[in-house]
Design a protein around this ligand. Structure first.
Ligand code: IMO
Ligand code: MG
Length: 334
C-alpha cells in the first residue's frame, strides 16, 4: 500500500529545475520509490551530484541517490536511447541495474516514430518520437515494454510493486510542464502527454495518497519550440547566457520571457501545489534586472529580495493551499 506520495510538477514550459528538486528530495531517505509519470526522451533533467553534471531523459532523477526508480505506465521509452542513458549514468558511478524498473504498460518508441517526428517543422518538437508513440498508444496500435525481450530483466507490474507491503513512500517526478500540457498548454504548441498532478495519479496511486505537491518554476520563463515567444529585449540574451538556457535534450536556444504571475497562479491552483519552488532568481540578480507581470501590469524590482517578497505575498493571497514558497539559489539543492 501507499503511505504517501509527493509529486513534483513543472508550472511553466519545462526546464524549471525538476531534476534538481528530485535529487534534493530523494536524497533524504524519505522515499522508497521515485516514479516518472509522463513523457519520454523529450525530457532532459539536469542534476549536479557532487559537482558532476548528469542529464536524465527517461530515467527518474532519484536513481542518482540509489532509490528504486520506476518508469511508470504514463511514460514512453526508446530502448536504444535508454541503454545509452543507463551506460552514461553507470559511467558516472550511478548504480542503475537493480534499481531501475519499467512498468510493463510503458509504450515503446520505435525508429519509425523517431523518423516521423523528425519531419516536424510546425511544433518544433524534440524529434524524439514522443508524439507518434503516444498517438499509436491511443490508437491502440502500440507496442509495450512487456513485449520487449530486451528489457525483460527490468519490466515489472507496478501494481505488484506498490501494493506488496504497507510501507511505500513515493516521489513522483514529472516531465515537461503546465504550459506544454496537451490540454492546458498553448495548443498545438504542446507535448503529447499530461503534465499536471493528475497525470501522476494515473500511475497507480489513489488521489488520497498525495501528501505534498512541489510546484517548480523559474524567476523568469523559457520555452523551446516553433512559436515565437521571446520579445525583443537585449537583457534576454544575457539571461540566456548567465542562466545557460539551452535545451538539455536538443541543445536549442531557449526563448526567454519575464514571468507572468497570473499564469503561475493558475498552474499553482490547478495542480494543488503545497510547496512552491522558485529557481534561478540568482540569474536575474547577476544580470541586475528583474520584473514580472501581474494583472497585466508590469512590476519592477530593484533586487531579488523585493522580487521574492512580492512573489510570496501574491501567492499567499491567491493560492491558499500553498504552505511554503522556497526561493532556491543553488544548483544542487532547494
Ligand atoms: P523537461 O522534462 C522543455 C517541448 C518541445 C516542443 C514541444 C513538443 O526537460 O522539462 P515534443 O518533443 O514533446 O513533441 O515537443 O514541447 N518540450 C520541452 N520543452 N522541456 C521539456 O522537458 C520538453 N519536452 C518537450 O521543445 O516545443
Ligand atoms: Mg529539461
Amino acid at each position: 500500500m501507499i503511505k504517501y506520495a509527493d509529486v513534483i510538477v513543472d508550472l511553466q514550459a519545462g526546464d524549471t529545475g525538476k531534476g534538481k528538486v528530485c535529487n534534493h528530495l530523494s536524497n533524504g531517505g524519505e522515499y522508497t520509490h521515485v516514479i516518472r509519470y509522463n513523457g519520454g526522451g523529450n525530457a532532459g533533467h539536469t542534476i549536479y551530484k557532487n559537482g558532476v553534471k548528469m542529464v536524465t531523459h527517461f530515467i527518474p532523477s532519484g536513481i542518482v541517490n540509489g532509490v528504486k526508480s520506476i518508469i511508470g505506465p504514463g511514460c514512453v521509452v526508446n530502448v536504444d536511447k535508454l541503454v545509452k542513458e543507463i551506460n552514461e549514468l553507470q559511467f558516472n558511478g550511478v548504480e542503475v541495474m537493480g534499481n531501475l524498473f519499467i512498468d510493463k504498460r510503458v509504450h515503446l518508441i520505435t525508429d519509425e516514430h523517431i523518423v516521423e517526428d523528425s519531419k516536424d517543422t510546425e511544433i518544433g518538437t524534440t524529434k524524439t518520437g514522443n508524439g507518434p508513440c503516444y498517438r499509436d498508444k491511443y490508437y491502440r496500435k502500440g507496442v509495450r515494454a512487456e513485449n520487449s525481450n530486451f528489457l525483460k530483466e527490468m519490466v515489472i507490474d507496478i501494481y505488484e510493486e506498490l501494493y506488496n507491503n504497507d510501507d511505500n513512500k513515493i516521489l513522483f517526478e514529472g516531465a515537461q510542464g503546465f504550459e506544454l500540457d496537451v490540454d492546458w498548454g498553448d495548443y498545438p504548441y504542446v507535448t503529447s502527454s499530461h503534465c499536471t498532478v493528475g497525470s501522476a495519479v494515473l500511475n497507480g496511486v489513489p488521489p488520497q495518497s498525495i501528501r505534498r505537491v512541489y510546484g517548480v518554476c523559474k524567476a523568469y520563463n523559457t520555452y523551446v519550440g516553433a512559436k515565437s515567444f521571446e520579445k525583443d529585449e537585449k537583457v534576454f540574451e544575457q539571461i540566456r547566457e548567465v542562466g545557460n538556457e539551452y535545451g538539455a535534450t536538443t541543445g536549442r536556444k531557449r526563448q526567454i520571457a519575464w514571468n507572468n504571475l497570473d499564469d503561475i497562479i493558475k498552474a499553482t491552483r490547478i495542480n494543488g501545489v503545497t510547496h512552491l519552488v522558485v529557481n534561478k532568481i540568482d540569474v536575474l540578480e547577476k544580470v541586475g534586472k528583474m520584473k514580472l507581470f501581474y494583472k497585466k501590469q508590469e512590476v519592477n524590482f530593484v533586487d531579488g529580495d523585493f522580487y521574492e517578497l512580492f512573489f510570496k505575498n501574491t501567492i499567499k493571497q491567491n493560492c491558499p493551499l500553498v504552505r511554503e514558497v522556497i526561493f532556491s539559489r543553488s544548483a544542487e539543492k532547494i
